[in-house]
Design a binder for this molecule. Structure first.
Ligand code: SF4
Ligand code: SF4
Length: 164
């Protein structure tokens, strides 16, 4: 996995223009079964992916924390929301609550999430490769292919499965 993570940013960069063109075409000519096909590929790739041997998302990029996430997590770890925000979060340039630092403070030594059951919605949904109308999040998806090997594989499988 570590070799794969080292080469992933370059692999994703090499494919980025091709992927962008593909999603632009897909937007105009999406097959009727697009969402089902994307979900099937996503599920298949993630069945074969061991996130615990990767954790690259938690180590290199952080999620946004919604107010509901902050309320839920702070309650479980015994802090008031304001204390939680002060200890772990900052407001970024888009006015969103994000982590003060990466790797994420909630990543355990075994690369498991220590707040898995109450983790932020953004973590639950990452890398968003089972999203409906996936061409609507092209830029985010391309960005995620450089972080997440599973997202890279999902995107390449989608490209190989749909002839445009
Ligand atoms: S909250 Fe958990 S899943 Fe989300 S980035 Fe931190 S360690 Fe990873
Ligand atoms: S979601 Fe992607 S980046 Fe995160 S641990 Fe799983 S394979 Fe790695």
């Amino acid at each position: 996995m570590q070799d794969r993570l080292l080469s992933l940013p370059k692999d994703a960069k090499d494919k980025a223009i091709e992927t962008k063109k593909f999603f632009n075409k897909l937007k105009k000519r999406a097959p009727k079964n697009l969402d089902n096909l994307v979900e099937e590929i996503h599920d298949d790739v993630f069945e074969k992916t061991d996130c615990l041997s990767c954790a690259n998302c938690c180590k290199t990029t952080g999620p946004l924390f919604l107010k509901q996430d902050i309320a839920r997590i702070s309650k479980v770890i015994g802090l008031k929301p304001a204390q939680f925000e002060k200890k772990y979060l900052r407001i970024d340039e888009d006015n969103d609550w994000v982590l003060q630092k990466v790797p994420c403070s909630f990543l355990g030594a075994d690369d498991a999430c220590t707040i898995y059951d109450v983790r932020p919605k953004a973590c639950q949904e990452f890398p968003h490769t089972n999203q409906k109308n996936i061409y609507k999040i092209t830029d985010l998806t391309i960005k995620n292919t450089s972080i997440c090997p599973a997202a890279f594989d999902v995107v390449e499988r989608i490209k190989a499965s749909i002839k445009l």
